[in-house]
Design a binder for this molecule. Structure first.
Ligand SMILES: [Zn+2]
Length: 482
């Protein structure tokens, strides 16, 4: 045990040295360019090339979760912060797992803002990829690696924006907190959940938070359609259904067998999906994107409340699974288990449902409506997991700042609030009363979106540079004293 620890520490030491060398190299490069009278580089251009180097180095650190090993990523981030004069604290949340916390001080005239990002990434099978998932390579103008978008790319955009703000020397009205956490991809118990349980005091003065969530929705030809800002996610409710009955010989069928009753209940669930519910931010989303689409959707989206009441039109809108998920609670049967032999009717049949619930709907109300749909009280409903999330308001100075900067950088592209079908770590912080926004101003088309938890995750250098410009301007808009 002790020897293993020692070996780990040596490995960490070697890694830190390697990282510090790579950090030194790009700092030298940007400094040399800045000091060279022949080549003038703006602070933004210098920051952009520094951010690209940082991202490549960060992508080379394998933080696949499970197991995570995010401490290596945390050491990397902490070193960059310390090298730039920011005190970075590392909190160990489990073996090989750590958070990084740092704070850039302002006058305190306004409440603090948190830049939240997760260090872990989902697994990647190297043999499926065109370039190595932990190579951090630049190929044909794109930076490749697991996490290039989700969310090491976003994390570096946050980190570099913080460094730009510090270097500008401008007076700040509020503190900016940088918080990198492990374990988001598996639910956050060793990450965001751990942090809010143990160190909520460190962020108790925060008013706003930026996290992953929504992107700039982009057509395949590269044209931005709308800029999404996630104001909420759906709550996660995982349920089990168990039907019990007599076991028997399958040569003599039983109408009310466990399998038959479970299948009948599941059939009713599938045939009678939850009715649409248009939440205020979702109504606003459809209204704001309506001018960007052709008919019949232009008119349909402009008045989504009426459109979902027209069965044919609603069925047509639901063909877009992403938009459909914003309009209703959803139920996906996923696990089915029953029986062990063809000629034996089993005494028990079991299913699991992945339900995603709109913010504002409570667990028991949903379960009661599910039971009404099934119309079979003998089928037992169990709760496997429940992650409740609230919505953040979008009439805030933070949302306003985002809209202003995006409007300047992408004229004519609407900025829209969104309720995401999948969850992020934001809900832990909304529970503390911090208005949390999924804001990552990367232009993402279908191909790049699919790469996020799929293969060949990568981000175009130009796109990454543009995102840094936008993010740093938003941070400046919110923090610099006027
Ligand atoms: Zn993520």
């Amino acid at each position: 045990m002790a020897r293993e620890r020692f070996a780990q520490r040596r490995l960490l030491g070697a890694l830190t040295l390697a990282l510090s060398l790579s950090v030194t190299v790009f700092q030298f490069n940007s400094a040399a360019i800045a000091e060279d009278g022949k080549i003038s580089q703006s602070p933004l251009a210098a920051a952009q090339s520094e951010a690209v180097s940082l991202l490549k180095a960060y992508l080379q650190i394998d933080t696949t979760n499970p197991p995570g090993n995010e401490s290596k990523g945390a050491e990397f981030l902490a070193k960059v912060l310390k090298d730039n004069g920011l005190e970075a604290q590392i909190f160990e949340t489990g073996p090989g797992r750590s958070c990084v916390y740092a704070r850039l001080k302002g006058s305190g005239k306004k409440k603090a803002i948190v830049l939240l990002n997760h260090i872990d990434v989902v697994p990647a099978r190297a043999e499926d990829w065109k370039n190595p998932p932990f190579g951090g390579l630049e190929v044909d103008g794109e930076i490749w690696g697991r996490g290039a978008i989700d969310m090491k790319g976003i994390a570096i955009t946050q980190l570099e924006s913080l460094l730009m703000l510090k270097r500008s020397g401008k007076k700040l009205d509020r503190d900016v907190i940088f918080l990198a956490t492990p374990d988001e991809e598996v639910g956050g118990n060793f990450g965001a959940n751990w942090f809010v349980k143990n160190h909520a005091d460190l962020i108790k003065d925060a008013e706003f938070l930026f996290n992953e969530g929504a992107f700039i929705d982009t057509a395949d030809d590269g044209k931005a359609r709308y800029s999404g800002v996630a104001v909420s996610e759906k709550s996660v409710l995982w349920l089990s259904l168990t039907a019990r009955g007599d076991a028997g010989h399958a040569s003599m069928p039983m109408r009310d067998s466990s399998v038959n009753r479970l299948l009948q209940s599941l059939n009713k669930i599938v045939e009678n999906p939850p009715k649409p519910t248009v939440l205020a931010p979702v109504r606003e989303y459809f209204k704001r994107i309506s001018p960007t689409v052709g008919e019949p959707y232009r008119s349909a989206f402009a008045d989504i409340d009426e459109s979902v009441k027209k069965p044919e039109l609603y069925e047509d809108i639901k063909k877009d699974k992403f938009k459909s998920a914003m309009l209703a609670n959803t139920i996906s049967p996923t696990v089915l288990k029953a029986g062990y032999k063809t000629n034996v009717i089993p005494a028990e049949a079991y299913a699991e449902l992945d339900c995603r619930i709109l913010p504002g709907v409570d667990k028991d109300t949903f379960i009661n409506s599910l039971k009404e749909t099934m119309k079979d009280s003998s089928v037992e409903v169990g709760v496997l997991d429940w992650v409740h999330t609230d919505a953040s308001p979008y009439d805030t100075t933070c949302f306003e700042a985002i809209s202003k900067v995006l409007g300047k950088n992408l004229p004519g592209v609407p900025v829209v609030p969104m309720v995401m079908p999948w969850f992020t770590d934001s809900h832990w912080f909304r529970d503390l009363g911090i208005a949390s926004y999924g804001f990552a101003p990367f232009k993402i088309d279908q191909d790049h979106l699919a790469s996020m938890h799929g293969k060949d995750e990568r981000i175009q250098v130009g796109n990454f540079n543009d995102a840094l410009k936008i993010f740093s301007e938003v941070l400046e808009e919110l923090c610099v004293a006027k």
